[in-house]
Design a protein around this ligand. Structure first.
Ligand SMILES: Cc1cc2nc3c(=O)[nH]c(=O)nc-3n(C[C@H](O)[C@H](O)[C@H](O)COP(=O)(O)OP(=O)(O)OC[C@H]3O[C@@H](n4cnc5c(N)ncnc54)[C@H](O)[C@@H]3O)c2cc1C
Length: 421
């Protein structure tokens, strides 16, 4: 399938956030010849369009490696530093997308429409001269005599001198990211972490759990993952949302990868919630002791929504309307534990179909971090979610995609031997 007389060419596999960023910067760099972005999806950018509830949370006001998991923090920092939040803001401003910071620290386009972000990236790619072919699912990539041979699911072929692998992970597979990026990476000599699992994913409870009956209720909480013997493995404060299947909301999504990871090692690991993180157990116990004719539900309703206060009494096995002076010590102990240290009987997670991101992927140790070029397959560059990097909710995952895509793009465009950018 050698194409006689063709000029140099870069193939970017995946035209999502990271792939478009890489393609734009590769084409702008101008040393790498033709840049072709291939994507299996019929409609490009579906994940960008659904992101941030349709508003696209482009980044966070302050991003550093501490918000990420997977590969080592120094490795993640090295890439993030090359294209920081300020550069992200400048890049999008230059493409006509002004970003606005919310009180939460998240940055969204001022239009509040993810479409603005996607349109700008596609326009920028077009203007830089990127050819975008889709649907074109890359089924296989072979490396032979310094050339990459890509074959599509329908049997078409494409040769390229360099390849940028930006095929994403496994989250929301209906958008096109179905884990085939990992298969392609492996076929070119890379490893993929032994564990690949959903992250930023809602968690399930038994259907008859009282919290499922509170669907729609949100509360600020502290969540903690504990190892079987009790050691704290991860802690997050934020909003928890009760749903008909169990638990969602930012704090639950953020802690989900730590809970899933812990349970894979230790079936005794638990997820514990404090519904009143600022309250000490002794203070709550004293308040219950001093209730007199008041009720536990009445006390808890001072701080918590009434429906939640009553459900917590039910979970503690205490009558919500019981007079305070009738509460026994075991009643008080059960209430204090349920309100401040309640183990959540999580049955599982909602899977990749509901996960915002993928934990696991190609280890950054297999990539040169100044260029994102593979250490095992020269000429291959790897960026975005296909890497073993997953971030907190709030714009961190896109920032990883922009930064790693940028580094791959400028590097693939640089004359041989120069890192670019
Ligand atoms: C519902 C939802 C909301 C989110 N909201 C936010 C948010 O607001 N802020 C934030 O920071 N992050 C958010 N994320 C996470 C963020 O979208 C991802 O981290 C980011 O899109 C990853 O970019 P990527 O380019 O690496 O991968 P992807 O966006 O997954 O893109 C990969 C592309 O590769 C293509 N592809 C896959 N396999 C092949 C193949 N074999 N051949 C050709 N093409 C292929 C896919 O079709 C896809 O277009 C959200 C995710 C979801 C699911």
């Amino acid at each position: 399938m050698a194409e006689a007389g063709r000029g140099p060419r870069v193939a970017v596999v995946g035209a999502g956030a990271a792939g478009l960023m890489a393609a734009i910067h590769a084409a702008r760099g101008g040393h790498c010849g033709e840049v072709v972005a291939l994507d299996s999806a019929r409609t490009l950018g579906a994940k960008i369009l659904v992101s941030g509830g349709g508003r696209c949370n482009v980044t966070y006001h302050a991003v550093d490696e501490s918000a990420f998991a997977g590969s080592t923090r120094p490795a993640i920092r090295k890439v993030l530093r090359r294209f920081d939040v300020e550069r992200t803001v400048q890049f999008f401003a230059a493409e006509g997308v002004a970003l606005e910071r919310e009180e939460t620290g998240k940055l969204f386009p001022v239009t509040d429409r993810a479409r603005t972000v996607l349109d700008a990236l596609l326009r920028s790619a077009r203007e830089a001269g990127v050819a975008t072919w889709h649907p074109w699912r890359v089924e296989t990539i072979e490396r032979a005599r310094g050339t990459f041979r890509l074959r599509s699911a329908t049997g078409e072929g494409l040769e390229a001198d360099r390849v940028v692998l930006a095929a994403g992970g496994c989250s929301l597979p209906k958008t096109g990211s179905d884990g085939h990026g990992h298969v392609l990476a492996r076929s070119l000599g890379h490893s993929v972490t032994p564990r690949v699992f959903p992250a930023l994913v809602p968690l399930t409870l038994p259907r008859d759990h009282p919290l499922c009956a509170l669907s729609g209720l949100a509360a600020p909480v502290r969540l903690e993952v504990r190892a079987g013997p009790g050691a704290s493995l991860a802690r997050i404060e934020g909003s928890l949302l009760c749903t008909h299947f169990g638990l969602s909301g930012p704090a639950v999504l953020d802690i989900s990868r730590y809970w899933i990871d812990a349970r894979l090692d230790d079936p005794g690991a638990s997820l514990v919630v404090s519904w009143l993180p600022a309250l000490a157990p002794a203070t709550l116990d004293a308040a219950l002791r001093g209730l007199g004719a008041g009720t536990p539900a009445g006390l808890l309703e001072q701080w918590l929504p009434s429906r939640l206060a009553r459900a917590l009494c039910t979970i503690a096995g205490v009558d919500a309307g019981q007079r305070g002076h009738r509460l026994t010590r075991p009643d008080r102990t059960a209430l204090v534990r349920t309100v401040l240290d309640m183990p959540l009987p999580v049955t599982g997670n909602r899977g990749f179909g509901h996960a915002e991101v993928t934990a696991g992927g190609v280890p950054l140790a297999e990539v040169r971090l100044d260029t994102m070029e593979s250490r095992v397959c020269p000429g291959l560059y790897i960026c975005g979610e296909v890497c073993d990097v997953d971030g907190r909710i709030g714009g961190f995952n896109f920032q990883w995609a922009w930064a790693s895509g940028y580094v791959a793009g400028v590097s693939v465009a640089a004359p041989a031997g120069e890192p670019g950018g």
